[in-house]
Ligand binder design. Structure first.
Ligand SMILES: [Zn+2]
Length: 111
């Protein structure tokens, strides 16, 4: 059975805290309590530091940087910006240069 969103968060926080707590032979008191719904996850100082560090280090797999043209954060799999529609990066630069040189299809030969 799938966990509810609340259960998933509580489970992840508790497992994270357990993973960090293992390394401290003399655990101190909880300095932060995170309440999700009706459940509370107490966290000691090393766990709080590790959680903050982990959250800051997280990078969404969809995060492909920012657009070279407008600075927008939403680039698709082809590095085309969802905000301005321009391709970004070296690939985008190549595409723009090619498009600027493109003069249309060659004229049809008389036949
Ligand atoms: Zn853009």
């Amino acid at each position: 059975m799938a966990l509810s969103p609340q259960e998933e968060v509580v489970s992840a926080l508790r497992q994270f805290a357990e993973r960090i707590d293992v390394f401290d032979p003399a655990p101190g008191p909880a300095v932060v309590e995170i309440t999700v719904g009706d459940r509370t996850v107490p966290m000691r100082a090393p766990v709080v530091r590790a959680l903050a560090e982990a959250l800051r280090a997280y990078q969404d797999p969809r995060d492909r940087g920012t657009c070279d043209q407008c600075g927008g954060p939403r680039l698709d799999d082809n590095f085309v910006c969802a905000d301005c529609g321009q391709p970004s990066g070296v690939f985008g630069q190549l595409l723009r240069e090619r498009a600027a040189r493109y003069e249309g299809p060659p004229p049809e030969l008389p036949g």
